[in-house]
Design a protein around this ligand. Structure first.
Ligand code: ZN
Length: 115
């Protein structure tokens, strides 16, 4: 077990938790990742744990450097599926990934279909 520290992404209150180091941290986000499941910081994360849900300044099992903002934030572990790292993005940004300039496709493109 080792002390690990995280900053709240909202107010930068420092959270100190004690846990095993074998789970690699991926990111800390103000929103849960789609499809991720979270344990409270007091629970010992097992191999299936995807992350920890903190409530800033309130979660038990955490040493808080300040009163905090009372909002939740999420520590995401690196997950692997068939040997590859699972990629995911916060739900709030998920839609934006599918928006933006894209190549015209199909017969609707300029000049019509190519013979
Ligand atoms: Zn906070």
């Amino acid at each position: 077990m080792a002390d690990v520290t995280y900053y709240c992404p909202r107010c930068e209150t420092l959270a100190t938790v004690e846990r095993d180091a074998y789970l690699a941290d991926k990111s800390v986000t103000p929103y849960p990742l789609e499809g991720w499941s979270y344990d409270p910081p007091g629970a010992l994360p097992d191999a299936d744990a995807a992350g920890i849900r903190f409530v800033c300044g309130e979660s038990e099992g955490v040493e808080w450097s300040a009163d905090g903002c009372g909002e939740p934030f999420y520590l995401n572990f690196v997950r692997h599926d068939d040997g590859r790292e699972v990629e995911s993005e916060p739900e709030s940004e998920f839609v934006e990934l599918n928006v933006g300039p894209s190549e015209p496709r199909g017969p609707q493109g300029p000049g019509g279909p190519t013979p």
